[in-house]
Unconditional design. Structure first.
Length: 102
């Protein structure tokens, strides 16, 4: 889903990857467009990377990296390439305390 004030039908647009699509596997992103917004999404059952453009200019890049495939810990970094100070990092531990030695 993206939120923007210039979408054709309101403030949000939702996207779904076609179930039978082989896209994203092997490094081929899935492409979505609505109005003047364009998204490229790389996924392999989980979101791995997102590239968002508005009117041909990059608005945001998001990178997701699995820290540990066994525990499924992950880190997501979202940033605005036009403003290097605009960066967010989120880490996810789906099993808090379950793997204390890692």
């Amino acid at each position: 889903m993206i939120l923007a004030n210039d979408l054709p039908e309101g403030f949000e647009a939702k996207f779904r990857r076609p179930y039978n699509s082989k896209q994203s596997h092997g490094g081929t992103p899935v492409e979505f467009s609505v109005g003047e917004h364009h998204l490229s999404i790389l996924a392999d059952g989980k979101w791995r990377a997102i590239h968002w453009e508005h009117k041909g200019k990059t608005v945001a890049d998001v990178l997701m990296s699995a820290v540990d495939p066994i525990t499924d810990n992950a880190v997501m970094i979202a940033y605005n390439p036009a403003g290097k100070e605009e960066q967010v990092q989120l880490s996810c531990d789906p099993y808090p305390g379950k793997f204390p030695n890692q």
